[in-house]
Design a protein around this ligand. Structure first.
Ligand code: PHE
Length: 451
């Protein structure tokens, strides 16, 4: 077996894993879901899930990777041949996500280019975003640009690059997000939005909200698709696993929270009390932030910097997605890195085009009100990921036993503080919960009943 290169220290590991975790999921996806699903209600459910499910699953995946030294398909297979299929299912997730992720990445590059060329005022126009995404060639062009940048980095072999880029960019992103959020809160009407965002209303809790929060958790933390297993396989035994997971989670959740704080109050400020603005979906960030920047002194510059930082956050996540897919094809077919990278690029370009066109020429394709991009997003986050997570829990809870991985967590210093919670979540709470959530999501998808 090839010797695996290791992350040099714990910080290196935490930053690299955070580079994968922190991305469009935090900045683009979390705010629009929170806006749509009741603000504070969504936030609270998300936080509860993050410290229980998120913590447990991330710990388990990283431990599984470190224990076996293998990535997803191999890791499951090596411990029990019958469970190789979980690795295969997990492999399907990034193949679905990567293309549409790059479509959104393309939107970010487009906004960067508009801001850098002084277009802050026009980008703040009411129909600017919809005019843009309903086009044919322009969104595809930007999608290709984002994909090409990602592909070139992966082709040139990049682990070091990932670490370096995220080390510099992420702290700046956090600071800038705080500044924009604080500014946004001073706008007229923003306070009402702040309250909406942080105050839960128990009457709003529904299966749909929980499902959305759960899908977001997997997506944002790069769980249930084998990525954290792969990262774990590169982690050294003397790096404390539990505290690494806590740090990654804190970082990931903190940035998502700040992104919501930056966007949701601003939606209230600019919509003049029109609540339907909260249901904008994938376009929310792109419609709201230009208005914030346009109202700011130096907004053009700040907006430009912001989109550069978001671009880097998206890029590090996209790189981790593409790396995962490339290694799946390499392991399976023995291809060279170059051959596999080129194949994955072409495949993902082809798969991404319908998502890009789904807001324009292909907008007639719609399933339960979802566009092509939303359908991809739904299939990966609300169907496949819960299935992978379910089997991962069964595998750990009943086949290899939770203790096997708990011992791996303890390998550094003999301590696993949250072992009690991990045991019960992985064996009972998560699988039962996942079956319920998955059942209701599939049922509602098939139109059997609406939740
Ligand atoms: N977690 C990333 C984000 O929040 C998205 C991602 C998903 C990256 C899956 C890698 C794998 O943007």
């Amino acid at each position: 077996m090839q010797k695996r290169s290791n992350f040099t220290n714990k910080l290196g590991f935490v930053l690299a894993a955070s580079g994968s975790a922190v991305g469009l999921g935090n900045i683009w996806r979390f705010p629009y879901l929170a806006a749509q699903y009741g603000g504070g209600t969504f936030l609270l459910i998300y936080l509860i899930l993050a410290v229980t499910f998120g913590f447990t699953l991330m710990t388990a995946e990283i431990a599984l990777g470190r224990k076996t030294g293998l990535s997803a398909i191999g890791a499951f297979k090596s411990l029990d041949r019958r469970f190789g299929f979980v690795g295969v299912l997990a492999a399907a997730v990034p193949i679905i996500i990567f293309p549409y992720y790059s479509v959104i990445g393309g939107w970010v590059v487009k906004y960067f280019s508009v801001f850098v060329s002084g277009g802050v005022k026009s980008a703040a126009g009411d129909t600017y975003f919809t005019d843009f995404i309903s086009g044919t060639f322009e969104p595809i062009g930007w999608f290709f640009v984002f994909m090409a940048i990602t592909a070139i980095i992966v082709l040139c072999g990049v682990e070091k690059g990932i670490e370096k880029v995220s080390k510099i960019m992420m702290p700046i992103l956090v600071i800038l997000t705080v500044i924009i959020a604080v500014y946004g809160l001073t706008l007229d009407g923003a306070m009402e939005g702040l309250i909406y965002y942080i105050k839960p209303h128990m009457s709003d809790v529904s299966a749909k909200t929980i499902l959305a929060a759960m899908g977001q958790l997997f997506y944002s933390m790069s769980l249930a698709m084998g990525i954290m297993i792969t990262y774990g396989s590169y982690m050294k035994k003397d790096n404390n696993l539990e505290s690494s997971v806590r740090q990654i989670e804190l970082f990931d959740t903190g940035i998502a929270f700040l992104a919501g704080l930056m966007i949701i109050p601003a939606v209230f400020a600019f919509s003049g009390g029109d609540r339907s603005a909260l249901n904008a979906g994938p376009g929310l960030m792109f419609m709201t932030l230009p208005k914030v920047f346009a109202s700011m002194k130096l907004g053009g510059v700040i907006g430009t910097i912001f989109f550069v930082l978001v671009f880097f956050a998206a890029l590090t996540s996209a790189i981790s997605l593409m790396e995962t897919i490339v290694s799946i094809f390499r392991d399976k077919f023995g291809w060279s890195r170059k051959g596999a990278s080129i194949f994955v690029t072409v495949l993902s370009l082809a798969l991404g085009i319908p998502s890009s066109l789904g807001f324009g020429p292909l907008s007639f394709i719609s399933w339960m009100g979802m566009s092509v991009l939303d359908i991809m997003d739904f299939v990966s986050n609300s169907v496949l990921m819960p299935i992978v997570a379910f089997f991962t829990c069964i595998f750990i809870g009943f086949i290899i036993s939770p203790k096997t991985l708990a011992d791996e967590v303890k390998a550094t210093d003999g301590i696993f503080k949250a072992e009690g919670m991990y045991n019960i979540v992985i064996k009972w709470i998560a699988p039962i919960f996942l079956v319920i959530i998955l059942g209701s999501s599939v049922a509602s998808a098939l139109g059997i009943f609406t939740i």
